[in-house]
Design a protein around this ligand. Sequence first.
Ligand SMILES: *Cc1c(COP(=O)(O)O)cnc(C)c1O
Length: 352
Amino acid sequence: MLEDIMRRHILTLESYTSARDEFSGEAEVYLDANENWKDFSSQGKNRYPDPHTIRLRRMIEKVLGFKVENTVIGNGSDELIDMLIRIFAEPGKDSILIERPTYGEYKVFAEINGVDVLDVPLTDDLDLDVEGIKRAIDEKRPKIIFICSPNNPTGQSYDIEKIKAIADYNPCLTVVDEAYADFDPSFISSYTLLRENERVAVLRTFSKYWALAGSRIGVLIASPLVIKAVNKIKAPYNVSLSAQEDGCDALERADERKAVLEEILSEKKRLEEELKRFSFVKRVYHSDANFILIKVDNADELYSYLMNHGIIVRNRSREPLLENSLRITVGSRRENEKLLEALSEREKGLIS
Ligand SMILES: *Cc1c(COP(=O)(O)O)cnc(C)c1O
């Protein structure tokens, strides 16, 4: 049961009730929240935002299909990662499990919270080591298994059957971070597993595909008990009025994002092909996301070279299995062209 794996005091915790909780209808005069009556913004920014982000969650259900009772919004998905760790893992006692190389925040938030981090590294072809993970579950019983699919920084998404096998075997929570799922039109979300397994949770973000990294909007999709626990511990006004409106606006104009997606996907294909031509590029990894991981002869040197040409990529060479690897975001046609020009120049320099 889900209650049995949560920290005891979270279950009994009595959370803060805000003015917006105690009265949630429509009224003519609001004198309950000590706000300034004067609206300098003419957009209602003098008032506290909806703590339950109900309009945004309804839009998410309508456009993305995640049911309102299964969602809660975070100040970016990073806040949700932190809250999940705090709900399930007891400091100094419990652990979480990750599969490196992967997104760095799971480990950082666990460490901040005094929670141990178990690592079952990816296999040599950067896939999940399902047997290794099962063994770690038997031996250490981690409170949360984080699976990032498509994975950052490798770009590959994992077979949903493998994720299902892990989630079914895991007696605790399995969180699938799908930050890049929107970039793969054929992606199957682990949301489909939630119907039969209440210990599955999914993370989505508006920071990538939805082009709202600055607004800070993350979505947790989970069983109602997990949603309830997050609502208990979250700050009541964790998502600003502007962010809630930005999110709704993006979903209302979803077709505009679709058009940019087409462009990103064709640019990714072009970049993949062009990158393979350079003699110093040893490998171009398959990507289901909006970035490409490449292995090169000397990543530190190439990183500095590009930086000196005003182009910043991510050097992931210090990650396990990723020696001499750079992660490159697919940019606009013009930006990608700049990158390819700089690389061609380097190639010429190497030949002459
Ligand atoms: C970028 C990214 C996020 C996004 O975090 P936000 O706080 O929503 O901006 C989450 N997970 C992964 C794997 C990412 O790469």
